[in-house]
Write a protein that binds this ligand. Structure first.
Ligand code: PGA
Length: 314
């Protein structure tokens, strides 16, 4: 027979208290937690008080106007997330056994993947109307932080870091192209040398962007440095800046949509281009994927790949 799991505290605290506490810790606010859980603020305060009595230590401390988690509060937050996540997974599995696909999918993607991820998700939601999804769009650096903190179910990123902690599968090609305004003297020229591109003013994505990483690696490989005239944190802003003759740029072809060239933008024929980057889908190694996350992974590999592929020009 299995031994009982000894937990003194299990007799004194409730799952509801943990849920309230986790919401406060996530929002950094009692009011926002109360709103999210449809509770009144006195109820929320009461639940925290009872939880603190069960733990025997304060979970929050107030410094000035801000509220912080104490050390034991931090530790409890970790445990509470783990417990609530296990329960949510169980709920989805039980629903699956009843023949229902219901539950929640949390997907986080890098900014450039926003050109195909919503379309892929849209079809998935039509197929499984009982599943609700949240999509977080952020840059590479922030996405890797979210991943380290286990904030989502699945992640889409270009060129993930080699780490034993992360599990990634290639998903889709992500070609990177050199963009210029349509009336640029290099537009229409054949086999332009990388050195020629390095002489033009260049518009670069912000530090922390995966696209920027690819561009830096490309120039470094050729022993060149781009003449950065401007840094911008958005692909759309960069396309506008290129159209405004502020410089050339290198972006994912996904940013151009399904047109071979994005309107008045020209894709330059530079030696070595398009750079063959790749989209990957992954999760922290050892993470127990929910039945919904596993369903989405399967869908991504089949229909989802076709839909994403159709959003980009050949
Ligand atoms: P970015 O990411 O949107 O942060 O540039 C693209 C990538 O990871 O390849």
């Amino acid at each position: 027979m299995d031994k009982p799991l000894p937990s003194q505290i299990a007799r004194r605290l409730s799952l509801r208290q943990l849920q309230v506490f986790e919401a406060i810790a996530r929002h950094g606010s009692f009011t926002r937690a109360a709103e999210e859980l449809f509770l009144t603020q006195p109820t929320v305060s009461m639940q925290v008080k009872k939880l603190e009595e069960a733990v025997g230590l304060a979970l929050f401390e107030q410094v000035g106007k801000r509220m912080y988690l104490t050390d034991v509060g931090q530790a409890l937050r970790q445990s509470a997330r783990g417990i609530l996540e296990t329960l949510a997974r169980f709920e989805m599995e039980a629903a699956d056994l009843k023949g229902l696909k219901t539950g929640h999918l949390r997907l986080a993607v890098v900014t450039t993947a926003k050109y195909f991820a919503p379309r892929v998700l849209g079809q998935f939601c039509r197929r499984y109307p009982g599943i609700d999804v949240s999509l977080k769009v952020t840059n590479r650096e922030r996405l890797l932080q979210r991943m380290a903190q286990n904030e989502d179910d699945l992640y889409i990123i270009g060129h993930p870091p080699a780490s034993a902690e992360l599990e990634f599968e290639p998903y889709l090609p992500n070609p990177l192209v050199v963009l210029a305004p349509g009336d640029h003297p290099l537009a229409g020229q054949r086999r332009i040398a990388p050195e020629r591109i390095a002489r033009e003013p260049f518009i670069m994505r912000e530090p922390g962007s995966g696209t920027r990483l690819a561009v830096e690696q490309y120039f470094a490989r050729h022993g060149l440095a781009p003449r950065i005239r401007m840094e911008l944190g958005s692909n759309e802003a960069i396309k506008q800046a290129v159209l405004g003759h502020l410089g050339l740029s290198i972006l994912s072809r996904h940013t151009l949509g399904s047109l071979p060239e994005g309107g008045d933008l020209a894709v330059l024929d530079v030696v070595g281009f398009p750079l063959s980057w790749q989209w990957y889908v992954g999760y922290p190694r050892g993470k127990q994927l929910s039945v919904i996350a596993r369903t989405f992974l399967e869908y991504l590999g089949e229909e989802g790949r076709e839909i994403a592929g159709s959003t980009v020009a050949d």
